[in-house]
Design a protein around this ligand. Structure first.
Ligand code: UPG
Ligand code: MN
Length: 743
């Protein structure tokens, strides 16, 4: 028997299942109880019933997704025994703006990719620059010079983290008593060279006019012809050399849509198609550097094994892991627990979502192949004129691209070396990177990255899985890639609004998960898992309503909870206790703190009721034809010291701006403070609290969850909620109080 390349291990989760079911049962009891007494209570009771119905629905989805988790173990050390040669791989990096995404970040990502443990003659790295920036271009040329000494250094000393900004952090200093003097010398030399690289790039950033490339003259970011430059070609095909490095800035024209990142990835797919046409494509965001140099080998364990069911693995996704996160995750956006339980849970169904970065794709799958259309059944031959014409309708008019697609789809160059003279393909590459190339083709629709959603990643993964393909998480001990999560509330809000917009948009495409379950091959349980995230934006309404109810009840002298003398109060109380203990235990089991749990819970209240609401509004406006959805690029911290957000002082404090996204949170806080005052004064007058104790507890809970807003109301400057926001929230609260207040 030949050695295994990977193993699938079912995770035991009996206790978790029991808890899931208990919560489900309690939710059902609560609903039944509410229904039974619907007539005796007013509006709050009915609203609570609606919200809780939604939460129950959500719980069913979550329970389904987490039900049968699996983990995968990979054995890259067996690869050699399995095959003589590793398959070629094209690596894509996307960047869009030299200011929001400082070139030094992209440079580090590129360097870490060029230096991975993989035969260099099997690799090509393509950088897409949607910013069409001479500074980015210059930075890459400088990075290339550095790469020529950096790569041999990394391989010689088996460096673990090959992004220099992380390698040269202060905590990573070699210890002079252990390290050899030869090593210390080399280390110092590399450090100085890297410093020089940084200085050169910064000098050009300060003085952009010093970049005088002829082909960048007259280039405007959103209106320019295609620029493709082969920065480096590994001509001799050296396995220990420097991989090909190609700069691509696709044509932009104000009249033609460019489809943001999805468009950029499709251009990279085509450009690499005519140049190297590797069967495996890795794509990373510009801020996601390689953290485990063996990661491509781990991924190949899933992709090369053609013996049995491994065949239907379409892509290998590395969970998004972030470095240098703030202590206890004040912004609740490290997503560790989410990926650990929901991601692994999906692994037990049809596999995780494609999440845009750190993902290894099969080219033929991206080109639209289904798992049952294996290479033998789908006969492609370039002599078959009809099929060539057909393929041109799909892939566009470039003959060279169509030929390369035929090869990719029929798996001809699966293992053969992809080395060809890439410079000679530049003309063809420029052609396929044109702004009109995709007109009347299937790009963005049936092949490539999907268009029509600002979360092109989830949509693309869904289309792939709708054909029946599976996917897996690759989670070696050392995470494959590390990135940077935004560390300011204002930026997080924009990102969350974009995500929820995009996820909801998917429901309105012909790639709707329900349709592809009925008419395609998406499994039912996988459909539910997609529904979980596709409906994030819609969750804002019940969340907002439920979060406003306690205050509303205190103001209007009504209640939405059973009184504490009613035994039924045990249902919501045990729900509160069990649910929170359960989520807390997930955090503790993942090695996170109680504080991190609370921060994440609280952030989830804040984000759902604000940013997600705007996601919902964005989609509504789009459906009404009033506006288009836009991909706002997340600004990345420059992070000179490679320490992540840790470095910055006050980094964990919440910042606000005039954006309307802060209105709901501010209004909720104001409403609850007024509600508490009214409730307590009524209590002082009547001396009887029993009727509202539940509402008061909930009120306090909401205020605690929105504590950052309470602080924002008393702080100043960027740490304070601006007056315009307070004003708008005040008007809303005034209206609501006026409507509901009964003394
Ligand atoms: O017009 C554009 C816009 C963005 N990008 C690139 O897209 C990537 C992701 O953009 P970012 O602003 O960092 O968005 P995030 O919200 O951090 O990205 C997450 O969410 C996206 C979907 O919304 C996924 O595509 C990403 O992989 C995932 O990391 C970056 O490399 C950008 O340079 C482009 O190439 N062209
Ligand atoms: Mn990002």
């Amino acid at each position: 028997m030949s050695p295994r390349l990977y193993e699938e291990i079912r995770r035991k989760n009996t206790l978790q299942r029991l808890t899931d079911l208990t919560i489900f049962f309690l939710l059902l009891s609560l609903l039944a109880y509410r229904l039974r007494f619907l007539d005796n209570h007013g509006l709050p009771w009915f609203l609570a019933f609606l919200c809780e119905s939604w939460f129950t629905f959500l719980w069913v989805i979550i329970m389904n997704t987490k039900w049968s988790p699996v983990v995968h173990k990979t054995y890259p050390q067996h690869l050699q025994k399995k095959m003589d040669e590793l398959p070629p791989m094209d690596m894509f990096v996307t960047t869009a703006d030299p200011v929001l995404e400082p070139p030094i970040i992209t440079v580090n990502t590129v360097l870490s990719l060029l230096a991975i443990d993989y035969p260099a003659n099997k690799l090509a790295c393509y950088v897409s620059d949607d910013g069409a920036s001479p500074i980015t271009f210059y930075s890459l040329t400088e990075a290339l010079k550095f790469a020529k000494i950096w790569i041999p250094y990394c391989k010689k000393h088996n460096v673990q983290v090959r992004a220099p900004f992380r390698y040269f952090t202060s905590e990573n200093q070699p210890q002079s008593n252990i390290a050899s003097s030869e090593f210390l010398q080399e280390w110092t030399h590399m450090k100085n060279e890297y410093k020089l690289l940084v200085q050169n790039i910064e000098a050009v950033e300060r003085n952009p006019s010093s970049c005088t490339y002829e082909f960048f003259s007259k280039v405007e970011k959103s209106n320019h012809p295609t620029i493709i430059k082969v920065l480096w070609e590994n001509k001799e095909g050296l396995a220990d050399g420097v991989p090909h490095l190609v700069y691509v800035s696709r044509e932009k024209h104000p009249k033609y849509p460019h489809h943001f990142k999805a468009g950029a990835l499709n251009v990279l797919g085509r450009v690499s198609g005519v140049m190297t046409n590797a069967p495996v494509m890795l794509n990373v965001d510009c801020d996601m550097f390689v953290n485990n140099p063996q990661i491509a080998l781990h991924a190949m364990c899933f992709l090369v094994d053609n013996e049995n069911k491994e065949r239907d693995i379409a892509y290998v996704q590395c969970p998004q892991v972030f470095y240098g996160g703030l202590k206890d995750d004040p912004f609740g956006n490290q997503m560790i627990v989410l990926q650990e339980y929901l991601g692994r849970g999906m692994g037990g169904i049809q596999g995780p979502f494609y999440s845009g970065t750190g993902c290894f794709h099969r080219r033929k799958v991206i080109y639209g192949l289904s798992p049952n259309e294996t290479t033998e059944t789908k006969v492609f031959s370039s002599s078959n004129v009809k099929s060539v014409e057909e393929l041109k309708n799909t892939f566009g008019h470039s003959t060279k691209l169509v030929e390369s697609a035929v090869k990719a789809l029929s798996g001809i160059n699966e293992s053969s070396s992809s080395l060809s003279d890439i410079t000679s393909s530049i003309e063809e590459a420029i052609q396929v990177a044109g702004a009109t190339y995709e007109f009347n083709t299937q790009w963005g629709n049936k092949v490539g990255c999907m268009y029509g959603s600002t979360t092109e990643d989830v949509q693309t993964g869904l289309r792939i899985q709708s054909k029946g393909w599976r996917s897996v998480y690759s989670t070696p001990k050392t995470p494959g890639f590390l990135g940077c999560a935004p560390s300011s509330l204002t930026v997080i809000m924009v990102q969350q609004a974009r995500w929820t917009t995009g996820l909801l948009e998917i429901l309105f495409t012909n790639n709707n998960p329900m349709l592809v379950t009925i008419f395609g091959n998406l499994r039912f349980r996988q459909f539910l898992a997609y529904l979980y995230c596709n409906t994030w934006a819609m969750r804002s309404l019940p969340e907002l309503c439920y979060n406003a109810l306690p205050a509303y009840c205190l103001l209007s002298n009504t209640s939405f909870l059973p009184s504490i003398t009613d035994p039924a109060i045990l249902i919501p109380t045990s729900l509160l206790v069990i649910y929170n203990t359960y989520t807390l235990s997930e955090f503790l089991r993942t090695g996170l703190s109680v504080r991190a749990w609370w921060n994440t819970q609280r952030m989830s209240r804040i984000v759902t009721t604000s940013a997600w609401l705007f996601g919902l509004a964005n989609v509504a406006l789009k459906l009404l034809g009033l506006s288009e959805t836009v991909f706002h690029v997340t600004p990345k911290d420059r992070d000179e010291h490679g320490e992540g957000a840790h470095g910055a002082a006050n980094a964990s404090r919440f910042t606000f701006d005039e954006s309307p996204v802060f209105v709901p949170g501010t209004a909720l806080v104001m409403l609850h403070v007024i509600g508490l005052v009214v409730g307590i004064s009524r209590w002082v007058r009547n001396g009887d609290l029993t009727a509202w104790i539940g509402e008061v507890v909930c009120c306090v809970w909401v205020v605690a969850s929105f504590m950052p807003f309470v602080k924002g109301l008393v702080r100043k400057g960027k740490y304070g909620v601006p007056w315009s926001v307070v004003g708008k929230a005040g008007v809303l609260v005034g209206l609501l109080v006026n409507y509901s207040y009964i003394s």
